[in-house]
Design a protein around this ligand. Sequence first.
Ligand SMILES: NC(=O)c1ccc[n+]([C@@H]2O[C@H](COP(=O)([O-])OP(=O)(O)OC[C@H]3O[C@@H](n4cnc5c(N)ncnc54)[C@H](OP(=O)(O)O)[C@@H]3O)[C@@H](O)[C@H]2O)c1
Length: 294
Amino acid sequence: MKKVLITGITGYIGGTIAKKLLDRNYEVTGLVRNEAHVHELESLGIKTIVGNIHNEDLIKAAVSDVDAVIHNADSADDAYAVDNFIKALEGSHKTFIFTSGSAIFGGKENGKKSDFIFREDFPLQPRLEMASRVMINNYVLQSVNKDIRSIVIVPTMVYGEGLGIKKDSIQIPALVNFSQKKGYGVYFGEGENIWSNLHIEDLANLYVLALEKAKGGSVYYAENGYSSLKNIAEIISRKYNLEPAQSLSIQDAVDNFGPTGGYFGFASNSRCSAEKARTELDWNPIYNSIENFI
Ligand SMILES: NC(=O)c1ccc[n+]([C@@H]2O[C@H](COP(=O)([O-])OP(=O)(O)OC[C@H]3O[C@@H](n4cnc5c(N)ncnc54)[C@H](OP(=O)(O)O)[C@@H]3O)[C@@H](O)[C@H]2O)c1
C-alpha cells in the first residue's frame, strides 16, 4: 500500500484529496497544526502528525515515512514551507505534488474581459504581485533535478462541497456572503472578467491521477468550464433571492478582500485550458456547471 502525506488535510482541497485516496486504499497521513482535529481525522482512517509546515525537523521526519507528499497547506505563496519539503525530499525519488493557484495568470484588468487562454507550454510573464508564486512553481518543477518526482497542479476557481472537514471553497462562498450582506449579487467594475473553474471532486481525481501517472517535472492546469464574474453575481442574485446584480468599484473589492483577493481573485481574468491533463492523464472531469453549485 502506498503511503501519502497530505498537508492542509483539514482544508477544502486537502480533505477532499484525502477522501479520494482512502477510497483507493492508500495509507493517508495528515500533517495538522491543530490537535483538536486529530480525533476526527483518525476516525476517518487518517493517520496524523501534529505540527507546522514551518518546522524543518518535523517535515524531515514526516517525509521519511511516506512515498509521496501532497502539499496544500496555504501552499501557493509560502516559499518557506516549499523549501522545507524540497530539502527533506532531495535524493529520495519520492513524489511531491504541489498546489499552486491560477491567479498567476491574472492582470490588473479591473473587471474587463480578456479572451486569452493559458496553456502549460505558454511562457508566463506574471505581474510583480504574482511573480513569487510563479518562481515557487518553477522551483518545485526544477526539483526533478534533485531526484524528486515533482508535480505542480494549478487549480482555477474551485466550487462544490468538499469531502473533508472543510466543506467550502474560497471565492464563491466569499462572494455569496458579501452579496447577502449587500442585498444584491456583487461584481466589480464591468464584471466581464472571466475565470476558469472546476468542481472539487474532479480536482481531487486529478491529484490521484497525477500521483499515479504523471511524469516528474510536469505542471497541470485544472479547469472544466469558465464564467464571467458578472454571470456569477447574477446567479447569486437569483439563487439567494437578492436584488439584481450590481457593480461595485475595484477599490470596494480591495477594501473587502485585500489587494490579492480584490485585484486578482475577483477582478482579473484567469482562464486556462486543461487539455494536457485530459490527454496525458486521461482525466475526465464530470461536472461542468458552476451554476448548480452556487
Ligand atoms: N479553493 C480554491 O478555489 C483554490 C483555487 C486555487 C488554488 N487554491 C490554493 O490551494 C491551497 C489550499 O486551498 P484550500 O481551499 O484547501 O484552503 P483551506 O480550506 O483554507 O485550507 C488550508 C489548509 O492549510 C492548513 N494550514 C495553513 N497554514 C498551515 C501551517 N502553517 N501549518 C500546517 N497547516 C497549515 C490549514 O489548517 P487549519 O485547519 O489548521 O487552519 C488548512 O488545513 C491554497 O494555497 C490555495 O491558495 C485554492
